[in-house]
Design a binder for this molecule. Structure first.
Ligand code: UDP
Length: 414
């Protein structure tokens, strides 16, 4: 049996005050024809990164509105996750080798997981490349409708990796991408849906926190209240460019010596490169103790991420590739102006000049940080506009409605 992830309960009604009556009624209407439908989400990790962030909300909300929803994770050893991390890098465009041995490791673990996959569901949603071979190796026996959900930016993939993966994902009758340009060559899904990731406004990570609580939490982790704080919360990964963020901070520090930087990072269980990149980041920061580099093994969980995002004057997510960037969504929801890399799903969220700034270089990033620190009224206005943009497009209720629409469309086609 694949390992099942326990998700607890959630109630759609609890979101009414935040998203309004119309959204709740739309969801109830979409759910009606799906009453009792069985759904399973399969991914590679129960902890770390955007997918593991969203399923603990989506799965219980699906249950609350009458679907029989589940979440299972595949198994793998370090060598499998080293291969899948290389795949993640290759699919995001890094020129990295993909040997026959690596391909065999991926295939072998997908076969093993396919053998362990039990039950039969109306909808099987396979997230990301790690378990993408499940459809082929189960011969589809576990599901009536198979959906492959891609969360990464595959707009300019290394051809070796995309070519390999395309043979597997092309067998899925339906696929979900965050943006149309992520669908690479050689695949032709019968049904393609574009669905953006979202955040849950209710758990401790995103619930309203007052400034005093946020400051107190920051002090626990060595921050002093004196200087302004740009912050970044992310997985420890080169695509998130924490080294570039440090370089931008150094430029800002020449003009505002009291500035501090918080880099809050998490290690995903399916990401073996995380610690290497953490080491590189610490070395790059050197002896500058105004840079705080924290991670989940120091007790930095959802509440602490919230505290740093709330205490920050500006939030930076200067990624080089980014499937979507939930950290951007989270910070905007906390009324922060966000400076983000002009890549992947970040421009879906940051309206340049209105809710933050899109940047393409370290210098530009530093420029915009300085601008926002020196123009607090404009920064506040952008933060407010950002919150409304997230409320209108990127909360879990949108995600739920999008999945329900997709399920209804697939049922209508079959
Ligand atoms: N995150 C966290 N603790 C940290 C740093 C990040 O819980 O110390 C969370 C962050 O709040 C976000 C998720 O990890 O919800 C990262 O998702 P994102 O879409 O930004 O990137 P991904 O890791 O999926 O590439």
């Amino acid at each position: 049996m694949l390992q099942s992830v326990d998700v607890g309960t959630k109630a759609l009604e609890d979101y009414r005050a935040i998203v309004g009556d119309e959204t709740i009624e739309t969801i109830r209407a979409l759910a009606e024809p799906l009453n009792g439908a069985t759904v399973v989400h399969v991914n590679a990790t129960a902890f770390g990164g955007g997918v593991a962030e969203m399923l603990p909300t989506l799965v219980p909300l699906m249950r609350d509105i009458g679907l029989d929803a589940h979440w299972q994770v595949i198994e793998g050893t370090d060598d499998f996750f080293e291969v899948t991390k290389a795949m993640h890098n290759g699919l995001q465009g890094m020129a990295t080798p993909f040997t026959a041995e690596m391909q065999q490791i991926w295939q072998r673990y997908n076969e093993l997981n396919a053998e362990k996959f039990e039950g039969r569901y109306d909808f099987v949603i396979v997230h990301d490349p790690q378990p993408a071979g499940l459809l082929r190796y189960t011969a589809g026996k576990n599901g009536r409708h198979w959906i492959w959900r891609c969360h990464i930016d595959t707009s300019a993939p290394s051809p070796d990796y995309w070519g390999f993966l395309a043979r597997y994902i092309d067998e899925y009758p339906a696929a979900v991408f965050t943006m149309e340009q992520y669908v690479g060559p050689g695949v032709d899904f019968k049904h393609l849906a574009l669905i953006a990731p979202t955040i849950d406004p209710l758990p401790p990570k995103n619930a309203a926190m007052n400034a005093a609580t946020a400051d107190a939490s920051g002090r626990d982790y060595g921050r002093d209240d004196g200087g302004p704080l740009p912050g970044q919360a992310r997985r420890s990964d080169p695509w998130k460019d924490p080294l570039g963020v440090i370089d931008a901070y150094r430029i800002v520090k020449e003009r505002i010596p009291g500035v501090q930087l918080a880099l809050v990072g998490s290690m995903a269980s399916d990401d073996p490169e995380g610690w290497d990149y953490y080491d590189k980041t610490v070395r790059h920061a050197g002896e500058d103790y105004d840079i705080r580099i924290l991670h989940n093994f120091q007790g930095v969980g959802g509440r602490e991420v919230n505290a740093f995002q709330t205490a920050a004057d500006v939030v930076i997510q200067k990624s080089i590739r980014e499937g979507f960037g939930l950290t951007v969504t989270e910070a905007m929801w906390k009324r922060k102006p966000v400076i983000g890399g002009d890549v992947g799903g970040i421009p879906l969220q940051i309206i340049d000049g209105e809710t933050g700034f899109l940047v393409g270089s370290v210098e530009e990033c530093a420029d915009k940080v300085l601008h926002l620190l020196e123009h607090p009224i404009e920064a506040d206005r952008m933060g407010q506009a950002g919150r409304e943009h997230i409320r209108n497009h990127f909360l879990s209720t949108h995600h739920l409605a999008d999945y329900l629409r997709l399920f209804n469309q697939l049922l209508a086609k079959s």
